[in-house]
Write a protein that binds this ligand. Structure first.
Ligand code: CAA
Length: 386
């Protein structure tokens, strides 16, 4: 049976996130974007509200809700500010989630609890200057010491969301050369650390208030006790983590798209042309109808992926479908929103140009749309067969 009703708990989380987003995030989003200013106060408050570890059990400092609740909260925050949303998404999906799944109790107590409580902020480092989509081609190397007590890490990680503001990084590094993606291992890499340099803030097209930088490892020592999962399991840790992360980005795209759609509906009823509000023109109505339909389809795919994650089965295909569809829907909807606004959509007096710039990254990070199609096709070929 398919049940489209949310539980009381899920509604409560959504409403809490919505109230916070409307009061403490939306009024500042334009200024944060203009100034490329990291929303530190909002991130702190999200921690206090349980939004930095939504689906982490309360015994590890989290809010103890499910992935569906996480997705609902993400949509609300992203509708207000996509930068604040990705900060939240990375901490929840790419840091808390692998620590919960692969961490030892000692690692959870030391790292997961403060992250889920929002007292610490995390980042995730997989991509490198010469390897993005081809994650298995990473070069950053972690060499085990002769006495087997620590690793020495050398290499550069790229496009690290939260990098400049993070207290800890989930790092994927090569521990055995020549074995491709079977020679990679995951680590908990504390920040700051001796030898670890955080690069300059990247100047971006959108999500300007989120912080992004390189991480340069130069003889950084990481104790063996901070290895996350088994030796050689790093690629699978990364892929499993991204299966969850892609649901968060789908929800982020959904929030951006919803904000652009709702702004368009409202504007179309105010803006006069040919003696009547433009909402009375079929040309505009058709756009609004297509925006609403794609938005709903994206939401259903995203909620399905979240529900499957909560059921603990593998959901790689469904996460990829949700991210692919939601991010392309967000790009399309924000483009149409600018068209509805006309000249007013092209200037910064209205928020739709920000939504348009923010939407683009959803088609790129945590696996490009092309990578999502590869993941979906791999499942299709397996499921349907010859
Ligand atoms: N779950 C569990 N295991 C998985 C898996 C998954 N989702 N995906 C792959 N694996 C396993 C496979 O089963 C296989 O295992 P065996 O060797 O035991 O058979 C192994 O991993 C290798 O799988 P593939 O042969 O499919 O690997 P590949 O090298 O062909 O790569 C890929 C597949 C899908 C292209 C992958 O490299 C990929 O997802 N690339 C994109 C990387 C990405 O999303 N980067 C985002 C960076 S993070 C970011 O953006 C963060 C931010 O700051 C916002």
């Amino acid at each position: 049976m398919v049940d489209f009703d949310l539980t009381q708990e899920q509604i409560m989380v959504r409403d809490l996130a919505r109230a916070f987003a409307l009061k403490d995030v939306a009024p500042h989003a334009h200024a944060w974007d203009e100034q490329s200013r990291f929303p530190a106060e909002a991130v702190k408050k999200m921690g206090e509200l349980g939004l930095m570890g939504v689906a982490v059990p309360s015994e590890w400092g989290g809010a103890g809700f499910d992935t569906v609740s996480y997705v609902l909260a993400m949509e609300e925050i992203a509708a207000a500010c996509a930068s604040t949303a990705v900060t939240m998404s990375v901490n929840n999906s790419l840091v808390c989630d692998p620590l919960l799944k692969f961490g030892t109790d000692a690692q959870k107590a030391e790292w997961l609890t403060p992250l889920a409580e929002g007292r610490k902020l995390g980042c995730f480092a997989l991509s490198e200057p010469a390897s993005g989509s081809d994650a298995g081609a990473a070069q950053c190397f972690a060499e085990l010491s002769a006495d087997g007590t620590y690793y020495t890490v050398n290499g550069t990680k790229n496009w690290i969301t939260n990098g400049p503001d993070a207290d800890v990084c989930v790092l994927i590094a090569v521990t055995e050369r020549g074995k491709g993606n079977r020679g990679m291992t995951a680590f908990i890499s504390p920040m700051p650390s001796e030898g670890l340099t955080v690069g300059a803030h990247e100047k971006k097209l959108g999500i300007k208030a989120s912080s992004t930088s390189q991480l340069v490892y130069s003889n950084v020592k990481i104790p063996v006790s901070l290895r996350l999962g088994g030796v050689g399991d790093g690629f699978k840790v990364a892929m499993t983590t991204l299966d969850g992360g892609r649901i968060g980005i789908a929800a982020q795209a959904l929030g951006i798209a919803r904000a652009a759609y709702e702004a368009s509906v409202r504007y179309s009823q105010e803006r006069m042309a040919f003696g009547a509000p433009i909402s009375q023109l079929q040309a505009i109505q058709f756009k609004l109808a297509d925006m609403a339909t794609r938005l709903d389809a994206a939401r259903l795919l995203t909620l399905r992926a979240a529900m499957l994650k909560d059921q603990k089965g593998r959901h790689s295909k469904e996460s990829a479908m949700a991210k692919l569809f939601a991010s392309e829907a967000a790009m399309w909807i924000t483009t149409q929103a600018i068209q509805v606004f006309g000249g007013n959509g092209y200037v910064k007096d209205f928020p739709v140009e920000r939504h348009f710039r923010d939407a683009k990254i959803c088609e790129i990070y945590e696996g490009t749309s092309e990578i999502q199609r590869l993941v979906i096709a791999a499942s299709a070929l397996k499921e349907v067969g010859a």
